[in-house]
Design a protein around this ligand. Structure first.
Ligand code: GDP
Length: 446
């Protein structure tokens, strides 16, 4: 996963600071230098990193902090806040409303994943009850219309384009008009991408934008773009009114930090990220949960979102209630596994769960991990109700473990391994005690 390395380096720097007996100027500087290095290595723009470092130093003035202050907490909070600030342009993007048809235009370089992302965006909204439509105004790349048509057909989304017409403006206008007449509420216009920034591309984009008057222009950027990201994003912003960014290929091995610089360059928020080639490998992006994930703290709101998607409505309050009580029993773990297996694409969900991601479900080994979860579930099927509902770790003595192993036809060491996993998760999840339970559909409480 892109940025996993960055997240790892930052969490290590924080951990080292936490291990220090006294937090003085040197410990703080070491920690900040480590974070700075990690950000630069991930291709985040130099100026952004420098600003972030000096801001943290301004916030954390060790001399002014009285002895009683929890310096670690203050430093961690400052790092969290500054990372969030780097990703938050301070104003939300335009959000389409169902009451009035919206036109959303996609721009970006060729190969950035623009066409794929148009369909993902349409599909995402379609699942939420919208009536989206796709217009292919990319007349430059041979095969662009075929690709869009194929994707749209698969997702059962109406589309418009032409093999004959070479004027992208004409196609865009015709498509938008047609779908407005057909009462589509989200009309998505895919535009041409070129290999590099060229005047003709920008002129064409400007013309399509002038003719279709989009409510939102989304800039699509490949996460592997590196240090060129800032300038590229700025060049697009100068030609059309970019209002939001989508970063693609976050599932790859790129450093990815450059794409984060696009936020500063366009002064627009990242609204989604692409995490694979498939239609549903697409996630909403929110700054705070993302930074939490980056720092290894998990992403509860993303997880809650997924829970709302897949756990039947009537079972949700009960699960949330249990989580907020902070008593993580084996039964809850069992139910979580059941839900996870339903939620699919499973690695997406896992990275949102505190503690579940890297250890239990390493990237590229999803099949094995899934098998492991199923194995755990078989063993849990051999447990008694008392064992499943207990929060007393002493209950599970050797003879109980042996009985479970026999009952499930597994080795004792596998049962022990499962309990170790349970203890690890219970420790992490106990921190969720007091979790505010959002009302149905309302995630703002998190
Ligand atoms: P366009 O030229 O910008 O329209 O790019 P395409 O939509 O044709 O995508 C280029 C390639 O990137 C295709 O092979 C896509 O399947 C792939 N792609 C797009 N988004 C993602 C993503 O989020 N993850 C991965 N792994 N591949 C992606």
């Amino acid at each position: 996963m892109v940025l996993a390395e960055l997240g790892g380096s930052i969490s290590r720097a924080l951990q080292q600071m936490s291990n220090a007996t006294i937090i003085d100027e040197k410990v703080l500087n070491d920690c900040l230098n480590e974070i700075t290095r990690a950000l630069l290595q991930s291709d985040v723009q130099f100026k952004l990193v420098r600003d972030m470092q000096s801001n943290i130093k301004k916030i954390v003035n060790l001399d002014d902090l009285a002895a009683g202050h929890n310096k670690r907490k203050i430093i961690q909070q400052a790092i969290f806040t500054e990372l969030c600030k780097m990703l938050d342009p301070g104003k939300p993007s335009f959000t389409p409303k169902k009451s009035k048809p919206s036109v959303v235009m996609f721009v970006g370089l060729q190969g950035s994943g623009k066409t794929t992302t148009c369909t993902k965006y349409a599909f995402y909204h379609q699942k939420k009850g919208w009536k989206p439509a796709l217009v292919c105004a990319d007349t430059f790349r041979a095969g662009a219309f075929d690709q869009l048509k194929q994707n749209a057909t698969k997702a059962k989304i109406p589309f418009y384009g032409s093999y004959m017409e070479s004027d992208p403006v004409k196609i865009a206008v015709e498509g938008v008009e047609r779908f407005k007449k057909e009462n589509c509420d989200l009309i998505i216009v895919d535009t041409s991408g070129r290999h590099k920034q060229e005047a003709a591309l920008f002129e064409e984009m400007r013309q399509v934008s002038e003719a279709t008057k989009p409510d939102l222009v989304i800039f699509v950027m490949d996460s592997s773009i590196g240090q060129a990201a800032f300038d590229q994003a700025q060049a697009f912003k100068q030609s059309v009114a970019v209002g939001a960014v989508i970063v693609t290929k976050m599932d790859g091995h790129a450093k990815g930090g450059g794409a984060l610089s696009a936020v500063a360059a366009t002064k627009s928020p990242v609204i989604f990220i692409g995490t694979g080639e498939h239609m549903d490998e697409f996630e909403t992006f929110d700054v705070k949960p993302f930074v939490s994930r980056l720092l290894g703290m998990g992403d509860l709101s993303g997880f809650m979102d997924k829970i709302q998607e897949v756990v039947p409505m009537d079972q949700q309050p009960e699960l949330l209630q249990k989580l907020s009580e902070g008593n993580f029993t084996m039964r809850i773990m069992y139910e979580q596994f059941q839900n996870l297996l339903k939620m699919g694409p499973i690695n997406q969900v896992f990275s949102m769960l505190p503690g579940f991601s890297s250890e239990l479900m390493p990237k590229g080994r999803e099949k094995e991990s899934q098998a492991k979860i199923k194995r755990y579930m078989t063993m849990m099927d051999s447990m008694t109700n008392e064992e499943l509902d207990s929060t007393n770790p002493k209950l599970m003595n050797d003879s109980r473990m042996m009985r479970i192993a026999r009952g499930a036809g597994r080795q004792l060491r596998e049962v022990i391994e499962m309990f170790e996993e349970y203890k690890r998760l219970a420790k992490i999840w106990s921190k969720m005690k007091g979790l505010k339970i959002p009302k149905k559909g309302d995630m703002s409480a998190l």
